[in-house]
Design a binder for this molecule. Structure first.
Ligand SMILES: *Cc1c(COP(=O)(O)O)cnc(C)c1O
Length: 713
């Protein structure tokens, strides 16, 4: 086996089995279904939707399930649809041509890829193993690596219940439920070796836990996911890969052991010899210790082994928020990470020390972020600003005299353009910038051509995207209101109320408290006035609170109380169950994307980049990526003051938000010429697209990782 081969045959067998139930000329559909490349190829989604649009949505746009479940009568109809069959063949050909090209970038050996370990990956809505920005970013990086033919493999966990689904009840309280995904119906394959599932073994909680490994293909990038839902495991161990960020600490620690130790063991079992391991967030930190334990087995001392493991480890920290940098007691760690001390020929107190800022301080709880920082050679935050914040936070760990000398750099996040830029914008750019504009997107001079795009055309695209969003919202808000058991009038309002021509604001993200959704309701009467009159706005909200974050849930519930105001039903919708699919509608169709984090807690933020790619204008607190991107021509910034107490900070920022809306945003949107085109607004739209597509793409992010981390690691 090798990186190129691991699981490739298994995927082929799975595709052949699926093809066997289809009319023979539909075989390409089955092969396309097993590589997520279709989801960022023009026409990919439409190809499957055409088979059975209703079922396509019902099975969560999972093409394997679609083809398994669609009735024979529908298949027969497709098989006589020459045009569709032709499209399938040509799409398969495109993907095959790209896949067969060598996967290499100057200076990087395809036989020694970068192994990218992460607890979550957001590749597509049909693979629900992500919760938010971290996962989507990881998915975007896999896609960018595929586009650039960069040798990288993803390593993660296959959670069979995924992340939770959200339903709000009539009181506005969030309820969670989990949907089991039947692994054989996912577009991946269990990797076999000599006819049996490839097995790896990881000591967790004193037991030898067995994991299988699944391969998913993300274009040219393989994603390997570990799965302990294996019958020979005890039920408690099968549960390890049940839910992303499971509710109990013990299971979470077991997940980290599996991801880190199991991740390396899976690579070995597949005979993949990575040049580097990249720990994306601290969850995977044990991978580096597993590398060290291999060195100990080779005869090196503990200290030598650590040094050797460190030399090939890169670490990216993603948040300064404490909930993202969990700490555990030493006892919890000993229990779950059983036998780690022996394999490293050291003591637990040495190991705990690695996971503490002050190694000798027994009072300090060990943490995975600390461990990852100590066990890596190159470390980075995810925006310029976050790099500086992380240097401040972690200065004591490095014993540095000043923040500047703390060895943590930054690589600003970026988003995958083909995934997040809606088709109408992409084709407009192709028309004016040339068919290869994406490949050339890092060249500044390319973007001068954006000035050639007529205002009218840009505006027409913006209006089309808003219309698509409004259609989506009408349908979903109606269903959501019905599901909550709302009064008939209020349900009816959703059906026709949202207006395709109205200035539309969006706020959608994980509802962590620091994101401050409650700013909207601080000066409620003034905010509600914006919903009235000829120049009124409409607001779309969505997002999930972590199941155990009651404070965040109460904020959402508080917002629901505004329903009693008659203006609200037609102007504000809270959409249930935010995910990547919904995100694509929201980020492309909203005119203004609002983000109000409490600075400096937004490490980067990526949904604003997605919105900007589509010509939405960001109205955001100057924190994370927005400090780097905001130049006065592409949106609005709220200058956050970090020195105020939180209450004053909220009052002040809420006021700034409303001031900007009233005095600048709303008038600018309604300032039209004789043809109804808002010229000055469109100028900002242009600028928004330019800044995001040039500077905040996953292509640029990957190039930075290659320069700043993968080359020097
Ligand atoms: C991009 C994305 C996020 C991240 O949004 P932030 O702006 O970073 O909070 C979260 N969830 C989904 C589904 C996304 O697509």
């Amino acid at each position: 086996m090798s990186e190129k081969l691991a699981g490739a045959d298994d995927l082929r067998v799975a595709a052949d089995q699926l093809a066997a139930r289809l009319p023979s000329n539909m075989a390409p559909f089955a092969r396309i279904a097993f590589n997520y490349r279709w989801c960022w190829t023009t026409g990919g989604d439409a190809l499957f939707a055409a088979i059975d649009p209703w079922r396509w949505a019902a099975c969560g746009r999972n093409p394997v399930r679609l083809l398994q479940e669609v009735p024979t009568s529908a298949l027969e109809e497709v098989s006589t649809n020459r045009e569709l069959i032709r499209e399938a063949y040509s799409l398969e050909e495109c993907i095959a041509v790209e896949s067969s090209a060598p996967r290499t970038v100057d200076g990087f050996d395809p036989d020694h890829p970068v192994a990218f370990l992460c607890a979550e990956f957001g590749v597509h809505g049909s693979l629900p193993i992500y919760s938010g920005g971290l996962g989507v970013l990881a998915g975007d990086l896999l896609k960018a690596a595929s586009d650039a033919a960069f040798p990288l493999v993803g390593i993660g966990l296959l959670y069979w219940q995924g992340y939770f689904r959200q339903r709000m009840d009539i009181s506005g309280w969030q309820n969670e439920y989990w949907v089991e995904s039947d692994a054989p119906r996912l577009p991946g394959a269990r990797i076999t070796h000599d006819g049996a599932p490839l097995e790896i073994h990881v000591p967790i909680r004193g037991r030898d836990v067995t994991a299988h490994v699944w391969r998913f293909s993300i274009g040219r990038t393989p994603l390997f996911l570990l799965d302990t839902n294996v019958l020979s495991n005890a039920p408690i161990d099968r549960w390890i890969t049940s839910r992303l960020y499971a509710g109990d600490r013990d299971t979470r620690l077991a997940q980290y052991a599996l991801l880190g130790i199991g991740g390396i063991r899976a690579l070995r079992a597949m005979e993949i010899d990575p040049a580097l391991i990249h720990l994306n967030e601290g969850h995977a930190a044990l991978a580096s210790l597993e590398l060290a334990s291999e060195q100990v087995a080779e005869g090196f001392t503990f200290e030598e082994a650590l040094g050797r493991a460190r030399a090939s480890t890169i670490f990216t920290t993603h948040t300064p928020v404490p909930a993202g940098n969990e700490r555990y007691s030493a006892e919890e760690m000993h229990r779950v990470f059983s036998g780690l001390d022996e394999r490293l020929a050291t003591t637990w107190s040495e190991l705990e020390g690695l996971a503490r800022v002050h190694p000798g301080d027994a009072e300090e709880l060990p943490g995975m972020t600390c461990l990852a920082l100590r066990m890596s050679e190159v470390r980075n935050g995810v925006s310029q600003r976050h790099g500086a914040v992380a240097r401040g936070i972690w200065r004591p760990l490095f014993g540095s005299k000043s923040d500047e000398t703390v060895p943590i750099g930054h690589v600003t996040n970026g988003v995958h353009v083909s995934t997040w830029m809606a088709e109408p914008v992409r084709s407009l750019l192709t028309r004016y910038l040339g068919h290869d504009w994406e490949q050339r997107s890092l060249q500044p001079e390319l973007w001068e051509l954006l000035d050639d795009v007529p205002d009218e055309e840009l505006w027409a695209v913006r209006c089309e995207l808003r219309r698509r969003l409004v259609d989506y919202v009408r349908e979903h808000a109606t269903m959501d209101r019905l599901a909550r058991g709302e009064a008939p009038d209020y349900v009816e309002q959703a059906q026709h109320a949202f207006d395709p021509d109205r200035l539309t604001l969006g706020f959608a993200r994980r509802l962590a408290t620091y994101k401050r959704l409650h700013l909207f309701s601080i000066n409620l009467p003034r905010a509600l006035d914006l919903l009235e009159g000829p120049e009124s706005i409409q607001i779309l909200l969505a997002g999930k609170a972590h199941p155990s974050d009651d404070e965040a849930k109460r904020v959402v519930q508080g917002l629901f109380t505004v329903r009693s105001d008659s203006r609200v039903g037609e102007r504000i919708a809270y959409l249930h169950d935010y995910d990547m699919h919904m995100a694509r509608f929201l980020v492309s169709g909203c005119d203004v994307w609002v983000n109000t984090p409490r600075p400096p807690l937004e490490a980067s933020g990526t949904s604003g980049m997605k919105a900007a790619l589509n010509g939405a204008l960001n109205l955001s607190v100057l924190d994370g990526w927005w400090i780097e991107a905001h130049d006065g021509t592409n949106g609005w910034g709220i200058q956050g003051d970090e020195n105020l107490d939180p209450h004053d900070q909220d009052e002040r920022d809420a006021r700034a938000l409303l001031d900007l809306l009233e005095k600048e945003v709303i008038p600018l949107f309604h300032d039209r010429d004789e043809n109804g085109v808002p010229r000055a607004w469109i100028q900002r739209v242009r600028s928004s697209i330019r800044v995001a597509a040039q500077g905040f793409s996953a292509r640029r992010m990957l190039a930075d990782y290659v320069d700043r981390a993968y080359s020097s690691g």
